[in-house]
Design a binder for this molecule. Sequence first.
Ligand code: C2E
Ligand code: MG
Ligand code: MG
Length: 648
Amino acid sequence: MADPATPGDSLAWRRLERRFARERTARSEAETIAEDATRRLYREQIKLEAILQVATRANESNDIEETTRQGLASLTEHTVWKCAHIFYRDPSDRLSAVAWVDHLAGSDTSREAPWTTCGQELLNQANGVRCEFFDEPPFAAGASASGHGLQHCCICSISVHGRCFGLIEAFSNVPDRDQALSREFFEGIAQTLGYVYKREHDRRMIEHMAYHDPLTGLGNRAQLFDHLDLAIRRARREQHKVAVMAINVDRFRDINDSAGTRAGDAFLVELAQRIQSSIRDIDTVARLGGDEFMIVFDGLGDSEDITTLGQRLLRNLTPEALNAKRATQTPTPTQSAGVAIYPDDARDAEGLAHCAETAMQRAKAEGGDRLVAYDPALAQRNEQRRQLEQQVRAAAEQGAFAPYYQPLVELPSERVIGAEALLRWQMADAPGPDVFIPILERLGLMHEVGTQVLRTALQHASQWLNEGRDLQRISVNVSPVQLQDDRILDTLDQILAETGLPADRVCLEITENVYLEGDEHIRTRMAALRARGIAIALDDFGTGYSSLGYLQWLSLDTLKIDKSFVFGVADQKHHLNLVRSIIGIAEALELAVTAEGIETPEIARLIAALGCTYGQGYHYGRAMPADELWARLAWPRGPGRIPGNDPQ
Ligand code: C2E
Ligand code: MG
Ligand code: MG
């Protein structure tokens, strides 16, 4: 028998021992790997189960809060992240905490975590972040978490297709040794919640859109009527009153036309905010569309006077009050308002709103910038107004508006050297242009009718000139609506070409009622008109917004002194002084001056003595048909004049 202790054998033995040792190490390594893999598998399985559970809960309950809580519970149970909260971002971008857990504090939903105030900061900074780990809370608000010993932080956004609908923020007092797995956990839960949040977001968005005005963020008509219905029902039960106030911006179109629709929108937003901040908490305001707002004043007692309440509100909306906040140079319009009361004026929402609107229309018809309380006679007057609008529309279609001509005299000679075209509605007992022009503007027909006036007036003027009359100036009033329209230059060029009238015989009269300053388009357009030789007169000077800067900016060449100042020159010293100063300003600016409203020989004499360039008024003649004006026009001075034929 061989002795195992022989040298040869001991070599074999040692080899054997080494092999056994290698095999033992390999087995133990394999066991560790297998154990690790099993652990991983187990955690993977737990992760999948947890995510699946959240997904199932989402499908079953469709409840954002419950699903969120489920997600948080799984996350905090299976990772080291024992404190966590989840934020939801609503359609108006506000973040609200949906759920939180704080296992370290020994409770889960019992108290709000101290760091839930990070809000917007967190969202802004986490934009684009999917899942990130920090050894210290990265945000200022998170500091309070580290104060609690929770210095490790993980943030994961809840996003769908790159849109962030919420955030998970978690804290831990120990470092995470398996961040890769935790990341999968966070992302898996976030992805599942993402669809629930998106669905909720879309639902809230649709709901919001159905009840809100997108421009101002105020409620819309649907919301207002819901509130009004409720308020009326409550008022019926509790025997109190409800008032409805309709507010409409006066000449809102002017802002849009002169400063552009953006400025118009900005004004509406500002007005909306102002109304909102001026009403009581229990009242509701809505934008019904365009420049129309409506307010429901709820729970009014017998002693409360709605007119006083309404007046107080309107005082907060005056141009002065609004101007304090406005950076723009365009003038701030006034508002017209109407009120109606339940149960006095109507007993249901529709009826009440209709009464308030009727009263508001009355306020407008009375010149705007006022509050009118509903009374039944208003409805009848509104009906008359509606009929008048219909008649104006029909008249415009039938070409029933035509220019008449008021003589324009040169001073001091008093020779008729031109005329102002004044629009007349050719119908018995027709109202004057002061009545129908605002209607034409409101109906959007002014450009069309204004172009007809221009064409007819220039045709007549050209004819008079061709017939040898000394026609120096044909003045045509243009509405701001026409001036703000790009087509005016082409229209004028075309009419000048058609009629052959030299451009320097044409004068366009613009009123200062609309503030055009600051609008570069208008400035360029005016300059283009002036470059053609067309004169521009500022009508009714002294009654509008004029400033000296404005006069220069407009590149004018004539000021027309408003007749209200001219009427008084003979018997009111301050009117005489005023007219004298206006003429002084015009001289300084090298502008011609026309005095309108010269009714008597005495006024004519005084005005001429003050150095006025031109005069107009009943003393020289009212607006008359073209053939009568023709007979009044002067013949040229000097050679070519036909003696005896000059009517002057
Ligand atoms: P306006 O351009 O200032 O015209 C002068 C107004 O004063 C005219 O009234 C004229 O008839 C009146 N008037 C003239 N002389 C006297 C006088 O001695 N005494 C009195 N009491 N009144 C006098 P009308 O024709 O009623 O026109 C009113 C306004 O309507 C015009 O004021 C003008 O702003 C506007 N308008 C008239 N025709 C047109 C037009 O074709 N287009 C535009 N856009 N506006 C027009
Ligand atoms: Mg005029
Ligand atoms: Mg005038």
